[in-house]
Write a protein that binds this ligand. Structure first.
Ligand SMILES: [Zn+2]
Length: 496
Protein backbone atom coordinates (compact mmCIF):
# COMPACT_ATOMS: atom_id res chain seq x y z
CA UNK A 1 0.00 0.00 0.00
CA UNK A 2 1.11 3.51 -0.66
CA UNK A 3 0.46 4.49 2.92
CA UNK A 4 -0.46 2.72 6.06
CA UNK A 5 -2.92 5.27 7.32
CA UNK A 6 -6.34 5.85 5.91
CA UNK A 7 -9.41 7.91 6.52
CA UNK A 8 -7.48 11.00 7.53
CA UNK A 9 -10.39 13.36 7.29
CA UNK A 10 -9.76 14.70 10.76
CA UNK A 11 -7.80 17.87 10.23
CA UNK A 12 -7.53 18.87 13.86
CA UNK A 13 -3.95 19.24 15.05
CA UNK A 14 -2.76 16.59 17.43
CA UNK A 15 -2.22 16.86 21.14
CA UNK A 16 1.44 17.61 20.51
CA UNK A 17 0.58 20.86 18.84
CA UNK A 18 -2.09 21.79 21.35
CA UNK A 19 0.21 21.03 24.23
CA UNK A 20 3.10 22.99 22.79
CA UNK A 21 1.12 26.03 21.82
CA UNK A 22 1.75 27.74 25.12
CA UNK A 23 5.41 26.86 24.90
CA UNK A 24 5.66 28.39 21.46
CA UNK A 25 4.05 31.62 22.59
CA UNK A 26 6.43 31.69 25.54
CA UNK A 27 9.33 31.15 23.17
CA UNK A 28 8.32 34.13 21.10
CA UNK A 29 8.13 36.26 24.22
CA UNK A 30 11.57 35.03 25.21
CA UNK A 31 12.90 35.93 21.79
CA UNK A 32 11.71 39.47 22.28
CA UNK A 33 13.15 39.60 25.77
CA UNK A 34 16.51 38.25 24.62
CA UNK A 35 16.89 40.70 21.79
CA UNK A 36 15.99 38.26 18.99
CA UNK A 37 14.09 39.32 15.93
CA UNK A 38 10.45 39.09 16.97
CA UNK A 39 9.36 41.53 14.27
CA UNK A 40 10.94 39.61 11.45
CA UNK A 41 8.16 37.54 9.88
CA UNK A 42 8.54 33.85 9.24
CA UNK A 43 7.82 32.10 5.95
CA UNK A 44 6.02 28.82 5.30
CA UNK A 45 6.30 27.59 1.70
CA UNK A 46 4.05 24.65 0.80
CA UNK A 47 4.63 22.75 -2.45
CA UNK A 48 2.09 20.16 -3.50
CA UNK A 49 3.83 18.08 -6.14
CA UNK A 50 1.98 17.55 -9.42
CA UNK A 51 -1.05 19.65 -8.52
CA UNK A 52 -2.65 21.29 -11.53
CA UNK A 53 -4.27 24.62 -10.78
CA UNK A 54 -7.68 23.78 -12.18
CA UNK A 55 -8.26 21.08 -9.54
CA UNK A 56 -8.68 23.73 -6.87
CA UNK A 57 -12.09 25.22 -6.16
CA UNK A 58 -10.57 28.67 -6.10
CA UNK A 59 -9.32 28.06 -9.66
CA UNK A 60 -12.68 26.87 -10.92
CA UNK A 61 -13.06 23.18 -10.03
CA UNK A 62 -16.67 22.43 -9.10
CA UNK A 63 -16.30 19.09 -7.30
CA UNK A 64 -15.28 20.60 -3.99
CA UNK A 65 -11.93 18.82 -3.87
CA UNK A 66 -10.15 21.54 -1.91
CA UNK A 67 -12.34 23.20 0.75
CA UNK A 68 -9.40 23.89 3.07
CA UNK A 69 -7.14 25.42 0.45
CA UNK A 70 -10.11 27.38 -0.88
CA UNK A 71 -10.71 28.82 2.60
CA UNK A 72 -7.01 29.67 2.80
CA UNK A 73 -7.29 31.38 -0.59
CA UNK A 74 -10.24 33.46 0.62
CA UNK A 75 -7.94 35.02 3.18
CA UNK A 76 -5.04 35.49 0.81
CA UNK A 77 -4.01 36.61 -2.64
CA UNK A 78 -4.74 34.20 -5.48
CA UNK A 79 -2.52 34.51 -8.56
CA UNK A 80 -4.90 33.21 -11.17
CA UNK A 81 -2.42 32.86 -13.98
CA UNK A 82 0.81 31.65 -12.46
CA UNK A 83 3.18 29.45 -14.43
CA UNK A 84 5.87 26.97 -13.75
CA UNK A 85 9.00 27.23 -15.90
CA UNK A 86 9.42 23.50 -16.43
CA UNK A 87 7.11 20.46 -16.48
CA UNK A 88 8.91 18.33 -13.89
CA UNK A 89 10.16 18.67 -10.34
CA UNK A 90 13.88 19.29 -10.50
CA UNK A 91 14.08 22.31 -12.81
CA UNK A 92 10.69 23.66 -11.74
CA UNK A 93 11.41 23.66 -8.02
CA UNK A 94 14.88 25.03 -8.68
CA UNK A 95 13.29 28.06 -10.37
CA UNK A 96 10.98 28.53 -7.41
CA UNK A 97 13.86 28.43 -4.91
CA UNK A 98 16.43 30.44 -6.91
CA UNK A 99 14.38 32.94 -8.94
CA UNK A 100 16.28 31.75 -11.99
CA UNK A 101 14.94 30.15 -15.16
CA UNK A 102 15.94 26.59 -16.01
CA UNK A 103 18.41 27.80 -18.63
CA UNK A 104 20.09 29.84 -15.88
CA UNK A 105 20.23 27.65 -12.78
CA UNK A 106 21.51 24.49 -14.39
CA UNK A 107 19.31 21.98 -12.56
CA UNK A 108 17.48 19.52 -14.75
CA UNK A 109 18.78 17.77 -17.82
CA UNK A 110 16.80 14.96 -19.28
CA UNK A 111 16.60 11.29 -18.69
CA UNK A 112 19.04 9.73 -17.91
CA UNK A 113 21.50 12.65 -17.78
CA UNK A 114 20.55 14.79 -14.82
CA UNK A 115 22.28 17.95 -13.70
CA UNK A 116 22.20 19.32 -10.17
CA UNK A 117 21.84 22.92 -9.18
CA UNK A 118 25.09 24.68 -9.91
CA UNK A 119 27.17 25.10 -6.72
CA UNK A 120 27.42 28.86 -7.17
CA UNK A 121 23.65 29.39 -7.31
CA UNK A 122 22.04 30.73 -4.15
CA UNK A 123 18.71 29.49 -2.93
CA UNK A 124 16.11 31.16 -0.77
CA UNK A 125 17.34 29.11 2.18
CA UNK A 126 20.72 30.87 2.18
CA UNK A 127 19.03 34.27 1.86
CA UNK A 128 16.97 33.61 4.98
CA UNK A 129 19.81 31.96 6.88
CA UNK A 130 21.95 35.01 6.33
CA UNK A 131 19.30 37.03 8.11
CA UNK A 132 19.27 34.74 11.11
CA UNK A 133 16.33 32.56 10.17
CA UNK A 134 16.20 28.94 11.13
CA UNK A 135 15.55 27.00 7.92
CA UNK A 136 13.92 23.63 7.46
CA UNK A 137 12.77 21.50 4.54
CA UNK A 138 10.48 18.49 4.71
CA UNK A 139 10.52 16.82 1.31
CA UNK A 140 9.41 13.54 -0.22
CA UNK A 141 11.24 12.93 -3.49
CA UNK A 142 14.86 12.24 -4.39
CA UNK A 143 15.11 15.29 -6.66
CA UNK A 144 14.68 17.50 -3.60
CA UNK A 145 17.35 15.71 -1.62
CA UNK A 146 20.83 17.22 -1.19
CA UNK A 147 22.22 15.30 -4.17
CA UNK A 148 20.53 17.64 -6.62
CA UNK A 149 21.38 20.79 -4.69
CA UNK A 150 17.97 22.35 -4.13
CA UNK A 151 17.87 21.83 -0.37
CA UNK A 152 21.62 21.92 0.34
CA UNK A 153 21.37 25.29 2.07
CA UNK A 154 18.63 24.35 4.51
CA UNK A 155 19.93 23.89 8.03
CA UNK A 156 17.44 21.12 8.77
CA UNK A 157 16.54 18.67 6.04
CA UNK A 158 14.00 15.90 6.51
CA UNK A 159 14.03 14.08 3.18
CA UNK A 160 12.20 10.79 2.78
CA UNK A 161 12.01 8.75 -0.36
CA UNK A 162 11.71 5.09 -1.02
CA UNK A 163 12.79 2.54 -3.58
CA UNK A 164 9.32 2.30 -5.03
CA UNK A 165 6.73 4.91 -5.85
CA UNK A 166 4.19 2.66 -4.15
CA UNK A 167 5.66 3.97 -0.94
CA UNK A 168 5.69 7.62 0.01
CA UNK A 169 5.49 9.49 3.26
CA UNK A 170 1.79 10.31 3.44
CA UNK A 171 0.42 13.83 3.62
CA UNK A 172 -0.70 13.09 7.16
CA UNK A 173 2.82 12.12 8.21
CA UNK A 174 4.28 15.07 6.32
CA UNK A 175 1.98 17.46 8.16
CA UNK A 176 2.85 15.79 11.48
CA UNK A 177 6.56 16.24 10.72
CA UNK A 178 6.04 19.90 9.82
CA UNK A 179 4.01 20.66 12.95
CA UNK A 180 6.55 18.91 15.15
CA UNK A 181 9.35 20.92 13.55
CA UNK A 182 7.43 24.16 14.05
CA UNK A 183 6.75 23.32 17.70
CA UNK A 184 10.31 22.34 18.47
CA UNK A 185 12.28 24.92 16.53
CA UNK A 186 14.18 27.70 18.31
CA UNK A 187 13.19 31.29 18.85
CA UNK A 188 14.37 32.65 15.54
CA UNK A 189 12.06 33.46 12.67
CA UNK A 190 11.82 30.46 10.37
CA UNK A 191 11.72 29.57 6.70
CA UNK A 192 10.04 26.18 6.34
CA UNK A 193 9.51 24.33 3.07
CA UNK A 194 6.91 21.54 3.21
CA UNK A 195 6.60 19.31 0.16
CA UNK A 196 3.68 16.88 -0.35
CA UNK A 197 3.98 14.04 -2.84
CA UNK A 198 0.61 12.25 -2.64
CA UNK A 199 -0.79 13.82 -5.79
CA UNK A 200 2.07 12.35 -7.81
CA UNK A 201 1.54 8.87 -9.29
CA UNK A 202 0.81 6.32 -7.89
CA UNK A 203 -2.80 7.47 -7.46
CA UNK A 204 -4.22 5.52 -4.56
CA UNK A 205 -6.35 7.78 -2.36
CA UNK A 206 -7.23 6.61 1.14
CA UNK A 207 -10.79 6.35 2.32
CA UNK A 208 -13.04 8.24 2.56
CA UNK A 209 -11.59 10.11 -0.42
CA UNK A 210 -11.58 7.08 -2.71
CA UNK A 211 -15.25 6.53 -1.93
CA UNK A 212 -16.08 10.16 -2.62
CA UNK A 213 -14.18 10.74 -5.82
CA UNK A 214 -13.13 7.51 -7.54
CA UNK A 215 -15.02 6.01 -10.47
CA UNK A 216 -18.02 3.94 -9.34
CA UNK A 217 -16.25 0.59 -9.73
CA UNK A 218 -13.24 1.78 -7.70
CA UNK A 219 -14.94 3.35 -4.70
CA UNK A 220 -14.90 0.50 -2.22
CA UNK A 221 -12.02 -1.63 -3.42
CA UNK A 222 -8.48 -0.32 -3.30
CA UNK A 223 -7.41 -2.74 -6.03
CA UNK A 224 -7.38 -0.19 -8.83
CA UNK A 225 -4.49 2.21 -8.69
CA UNK A 226 -2.64 4.03 -11.45
CA UNK A 227 0.99 4.86 -12.01
CA UNK A 228 3.06 1.95 -10.78
CA UNK A 229 6.45 1.66 -12.32
CA UNK A 230 5.53 -1.58 -14.08
CA UNK A 231 2.39 0.00 -15.51
CA UNK A 232 4.26 3.01 -16.83
CA UNK A 233 7.03 1.04 -18.47
CA UNK A 234 4.53 -1.18 -20.18
CA UNK A 235 2.34 1.76 -21.18
CA UNK A 236 5.24 3.59 -22.73
CA UNK A 237 6.39 0.45 -24.48
CA UNK A 238 2.96 0.07 -26.02
CA UNK A 239 2.33 -3.19 -24.17
CA UNK A 240 -0.75 -1.90 -22.38
CA UNK A 241 -3.76 -0.30 -23.92
CA UNK A 242 -4.06 3.39 -23.20
CA UNK A 243 -6.99 5.58 -24.10
CA UNK A 244 -9.10 8.43 -22.84
CA UNK A 245 -11.34 6.16 -20.78
CA UNK A 246 -8.44 4.61 -18.88
CA UNK A 247 -6.89 7.99 -18.16
CA UNK A 248 -10.19 9.55 -17.08
CA UNK A 249 -10.71 6.69 -14.65
CA UNK A 250 -7.21 7.34 -13.28
CA UNK A 251 -7.99 11.05 -13.01
CA UNK A 252 -10.73 10.32 -10.51
CA UNK A 253 -8.22 8.57 -8.28
CA UNK A 254 -5.99 11.62 -8.63
CA UNK A 255 -8.95 13.78 -7.57
CA UNK A 256 -9.17 11.70 -4.40
CA UNK A 257 -5.49 12.32 -3.70
CA UNK A 258 -6.01 16.05 -4.21
CA UNK A 259 -8.91 16.03 -1.71
CA UNK A 260 -6.93 13.99 0.80
CA UNK A 261 -3.91 16.30 0.56
CA UNK A 262 -6.15 19.35 0.89
CA UNK A 263 -7.30 18.22 4.32
CA UNK A 264 -3.74 17.70 5.48
CA UNK A 265 -2.63 21.10 4.19
CA UNK A 266 -5.59 22.57 6.07
CA UNK A 267 -4.38 20.79 9.19
CA UNK A 268 -0.93 22.32 8.69
CA UNK A 269 -2.33 25.84 8.43
CA UNK A 270 -4.60 25.25 11.45
CA UNK A 271 -1.63 23.92 13.40
CA UNK A 272 0.32 27.05 12.54
CA UNK A 273 -2.52 29.10 14.01
CA UNK A 274 -2.72 26.94 17.13
CA UNK A 275 0.99 27.46 17.68
CA UNK A 276 0.33 31.18 17.62
CA UNK A 277 2.49 31.61 14.53
CA UNK A 278 0.04 32.34 11.74
CA UNK A 279 -0.13 36.08 12.27
CA UNK A 280 3.62 36.51 11.86
CA UNK A 281 4.07 34.02 9.05
CA UNK A 282 3.88 34.64 5.34
CA UNK A 283 2.18 31.50 4.00
CA UNK A 284 2.65 30.49 0.39
CA UNK A 285 1.11 27.55 -1.43
CA UNK A 286 2.04 26.38 -4.91
CA UNK A 287 2.88 23.27 -6.91
CA UNK A 288 5.92 22.50 -9.02
CA UNK A 289 3.94 21.53 -12.16
CA UNK A 290 0.62 20.01 -13.14
CA UNK A 291 -0.48 16.68 -14.58
CA UNK A 292 -1.98 15.62 -17.91
CA UNK A 293 -5.17 13.60 -18.20
CA UNK A 294 -5.47 13.22 -21.95
CA UNK A 295 -5.74 17.00 -22.43
CA UNK A 296 -3.40 16.60 -25.39
CA UNK A 297 -3.52 12.85 -25.79
CA UNK A 298 -1.02 12.06 -23.05
CA UNK A 299 -0.70 11.40 -19.36
CA UNK A 300 1.48 12.29 -16.37
CA UNK A 301 3.98 15.12 -16.81
CA UNK A 302 7.44 16.08 -17.95
CA UNK A 303 6.65 15.72 -21.63
CA UNK A 304 4.99 18.97 -22.80
CA UNK A 305 4.66 22.65 -21.95
CA UNK A 306 0.88 22.83 -22.35
CA UNK A 307 -1.15 24.54 -19.67
CA UNK A 308 -2.17 21.36 -17.85
CA UNK A 309 1.50 21.07 -16.90
CA UNK A 310 2.57 24.70 -16.60
CA UNK A 311 -0.47 26.38 -14.99
CA UNK A 312 0.12 26.04 -11.28
CA UNK A 313 -1.67 27.37 -8.18
CA UNK A 314 0.01 30.26 -6.38
CA UNK A 315 -1.62 31.63 -3.24
CA UNK A 316 -0.11 33.85 -0.54
CA UNK A 317 -1.59 34.75 2.83
CA UNK A 318 -0.03 37.24 5.15
CA UNK A 319 -2.54 38.47 7.69
CA UNK A 320 -2.62 42.23 8.01
CA UNK A 321 0.09 42.73 5.42
CA UNK A 322 -1.38 41.35 2.21
CA UNK A 323 -4.89 42.45 1.38
CA UNK A 324 -6.90 39.41 0.23
CA UNK A 325 -7.70 39.52 -3.45
CA UNK A 326 -7.05 38.04 -6.85
CA UNK A 327 -4.36 38.94 -9.37
CA UNK A 328 -5.14 38.03 -12.96
CA UNK A 329 -1.81 39.09 -14.42
CA UNK A 330 0.34 36.31 -15.82
CA UNK A 331 3.29 35.67 -13.51
CA UNK A 332 5.91 32.95 -13.00
CA UNK A 333 7.61 30.95 -10.27
CA UNK A 334 10.75 33.08 -10.61
CA UNK A 335 8.76 35.95 -9.11
CA UNK A 336 8.16 34.14 -5.82
CA UNK A 337 11.69 34.64 -4.39
CA UNK A 338 11.74 38.42 -4.84
CA UNK A 339 8.20 38.60 -3.41
CA UNK A 340 9.20 36.69 -0.28
CA UNK A 341 12.18 39.02 0.11
CA UNK A 342 10.09 42.16 -0.21
CA UNK A 343 7.44 40.95 2.22
CA UNK A 344 10.07 40.05 4.82
CA UNK A 345 12.03 43.22 4.22
CA UNK A 346 15.12 41.45 2.97
CA UNK A 347 17.09 42.71 -0.02
CA UNK A 348 16.80 40.22 -2.87
CA UNK A 349 20.17 38.90 -4.09
CA UNK A 350 21.41 40.25 -7.39
CA UNK A 351 21.15 36.74 -8.79
CA UNK A 352 17.34 36.78 -8.61
CA UNK A 353 15.87 37.19 -12.08
CA UNK A 354 12.19 37.51 -11.20
CA UNK A 355 10.33 40.54 -9.94
CA UNK A 356 8.35 41.00 -6.77
CA UNK A 357 4.62 40.44 -7.13
CA UNK A 358 3.79 43.00 -4.46
CA UNK A 359 3.20 45.85 -6.95
CA UNK A 360 0.74 43.62 -8.85
CA UNK A 361 -1.10 42.84 -5.62
CA UNK A 362 -1.40 46.52 -4.83
CA UNK A 363 -2.59 47.29 -8.34
CA UNK A 364 -5.11 44.43 -8.47
CA UNK A 365 -8.46 45.67 -9.66
CA UNK A 366 -7.24 49.16 -10.44
CA UNK A 367 -6.41 49.59 -14.08
CA UNK A 368 -4.80 47.58 -16.81
CA UNK A 369 -3.43 44.14 -16.11
CA UNK A 370 0.31 43.87 -16.49
CA UNK A 371 1.07 40.40 -17.79
CA UNK A 372 4.64 39.37 -17.36
CA UNK A 373 6.24 37.38 -20.13
CA UNK A 374 6.97 33.85 -19.02
CA UNK A 375 9.58 31.53 -20.44
CA UNK A 376 9.54 27.78 -19.88
CA UNK A 377 11.77 24.95 -20.98
CA UNK A 378 11.95 21.26 -20.69
CA UNK A 379 11.14 17.82 -21.81
CA UNK A 380 12.09 15.10 -19.40
CA UNK A 381 11.99 12.54 -22.14
CA UNK A 382 14.24 14.04 -24.76
CA UNK A 383 14.93 17.01 -26.99
CA UNK A 384 13.92 20.28 -25.38
CA UNK A 385 10.72 22.20 -25.79
CA UNK A 386 10.48 25.89 -25.10
CA UNK A 387 7.53 28.19 -24.58
CA UNK A 388 7.02 31.90 -24.40
CA UNK A 389 3.95 33.60 -23.00
CA UNK A 390 3.58 37.22 -23.96
CA UNK A 391 0.42 39.23 -23.51
CA UNK A 392 -2.45 36.88 -24.27
CA UNK A 393 -0.36 34.65 -26.54
CA UNK A 394 1.64 31.54 -25.80
CA UNK A 395 4.12 30.07 -28.24
CA UNK A 396 5.43 26.52 -27.90
CA UNK A 397 8.45 25.45 -29.94
CA UNK A 398 9.52 21.88 -30.47
CA UNK A 399 13.23 21.28 -30.92
CA UNK A 400 14.20 21.01 -34.58
CA UNK A 401 14.91 17.42 -35.40
CA UNK A 402 13.47 16.25 -32.08
CA UNK A 403 11.32 13.24 -31.63
CA UNK A 404 8.32 15.20 -30.38
CA UNK A 405 7.07 15.25 -26.84
CA UNK A 406 4.08 12.99 -27.23
CA UNK A 407 5.83 10.37 -29.25
CA UNK A 408 8.33 9.84 -26.46
CA UNK A 409 5.62 9.92 -23.78
CA UNK A 410 3.96 6.91 -25.30
CA UNK A 411 0.73 8.66 -26.17
CA UNK A 412 -0.65 7.70 -29.52
CA UNK A 413 -1.80 11.14 -30.68
CA UNK A 414 0.92 13.48 -31.82
CA UNK A 415 -0.21 17.04 -31.43
CA UNK A 416 3.10 18.75 -32.01
CA UNK A 417 5.28 18.39 -35.07
CA UNK A 418 9.00 18.28 -34.27
CA UNK A 419 10.67 21.52 -35.22
CA UNK A 420 7.31 23.23 -35.41
CA UNK A 421 5.61 26.00 -33.49
CA UNK A 422 2.20 26.14 -31.88
CA UNK A 423 0.42 29.32 -30.89
CA UNK A 424 -2.39 29.59 -28.36
CA UNK A 425 -4.40 32.37 -26.81
CA UNK A 426 -3.94 31.31 -23.22
CA UNK A 427 -6.58 33.70 -21.91
CA UNK A 428 -9.38 32.66 -24.28
CA UNK A 429 -8.31 29.07 -24.80
CA UNK A 430 -7.09 28.01 -21.36
CA UNK A 431 -6.74 24.38 -22.31
CA UNK A 432 -4.68 25.26 -25.36
CA UNK A 433 -6.71 23.22 -27.81
CA UNK A 434 -6.84 25.58 -30.82
CA UNK A 435 -3.49 26.03 -32.49
CA UNK A 436 -3.43 29.38 -34.27
CA UNK A 437 0.08 29.01 -35.66
CA UNK A 438 -0.98 28.01 -39.19
CA UNK A 439 -3.10 31.14 -39.51
CA UNK A 440 -0.75 33.56 -37.78
CA UNK A 441 2.72 32.98 -39.16
CA UNK A 442 3.73 36.60 -38.58
CA UNK A 443 2.90 36.46 -34.89
CA UNK A 444 4.72 33.13 -34.55
CA UNK A 445 7.81 34.69 -36.09
CA UNK A 446 7.60 37.71 -33.82
CA UNK A 447 7.19 35.63 -30.67
CA UNK A 448 9.95 33.25 -31.74
CA UNK A 449 12.30 36.23 -32.06
CA UNK A 450 11.23 37.48 -28.64
CA UNK A 451 11.72 34.06 -27.07
CA UNK A 452 15.23 33.75 -28.49
CA UNK A 453 16.06 37.31 -27.41
CA UNK A 454 14.83 36.58 -23.89
CA UNK A 455 16.95 33.44 -23.74
CA UNK A 456 20.05 35.38 -24.74
CA UNK A 457 19.32 38.18 -22.32
CA UNK A 458 18.70 35.85 -19.40
CA UNK A 459 21.82 33.82 -20.09
CA UNK A 460 23.84 37.02 -20.24
CA UNK A 461 22.27 38.17 -17.00
CA UNK A 462 23.03 34.97 -15.13
CA UNK A 463 23.97 31.54 -16.29
CA UNK A 464 25.29 28.56 -14.40
CA UNK A 465 26.17 25.34 -16.18
CA UNK A 466 24.81 22.95 -13.58
CA UNK A 467 26.72 20.08 -12.16
CA UNK A 468 26.65 16.65 -13.72
CA UNK A 469 25.18 14.27 -11.19
CA UNK A 470 27.20 11.16 -10.53
CA UNK A 471 24.71 8.95 -8.76
CA UNK A 472 25.87 6.46 -6.19
CA UNK A 473 24.65 2.90 -6.61
CA UNK A 474 22.17 3.45 -3.79
CA UNK A 475 20.81 6.65 -5.33
CA UNK A 476 20.55 5.04 -8.72
CA UNK A 477 18.61 2.21 -7.11
CA UNK A 478 16.17 4.65 -5.53
CA UNK A 479 15.61 6.46 -8.83
CA UNK A 480 15.25 3.17 -10.65
CA UNK A 481 12.65 2.09 -8.14
CA UNK A 482 10.75 5.29 -8.76
CA UNK A 483 11.03 4.75 -12.48
CA UNK A 484 13.35 7.63 -13.25
CA UNK A 485 16.10 5.38 -14.52
CA UNK A 486 15.33 2.30 -16.53
CA UNK A 487 16.82 -1.12 -15.94
CA UNK A 488 19.24 -0.45 -18.77
CA UNK A 489 20.03 2.94 -17.28
CA UNK A 490 18.38 4.78 -20.13
CA UNK A 491 14.66 4.65 -19.76
CA UNK A 492 11.97 4.55 -17.19
CA UNK A 493 8.73 5.77 -15.94
CA UNK A 494 7.71 9.24 -15.00
CA UNK A 495 9.63 12.46 -15.08
CA UNK A 496 8.71 13.59 -11.64
ZN1 LIG B 1 7.00 17.18 -9.40
Amino acid sequence: MKRALSGQSDKKPGALVRGLRGLAILSLWQAAACGGQPDQPSVLLVIIDTLRADKLGTYGEQQGLTPYIDAFAEQGVVFENASSHAPWTLPATASLLTSLYPLQHGAGGFLPNFTALDPQVRTLASVFRERGYVTGAIVNVAFLDRTFGLTREFEHLDAQHFESNLKVRSAQDTTDAALAWLAERGDEPFFLLVHYFDTHAVYDPPQPFRRRFAAAQDRESGDHIFGTREQMIRLRAGQLEINRHIIKRAEKLYDGEVAYTDGQVGRLFDGLSELGLAGDTLQVLTSDHGEEFWDHGGFEHGHTLYSELTHIPLIMRFDGRLEPGRVSAGVGHVDVGPTLCELTDIAAPEQFTGHSLVPLVRAAGVGAVEHRSVLAHGNFWGPPLSSWREGADKLILSAPGGTGAHESSGAPELTGTPGAAQLFSWLEDRREQRDRAPAEAGRVEELTDNLRAAELLLQRQYSAPGARVELSDAEREVLRGLGYVGDDGAGGEAGD
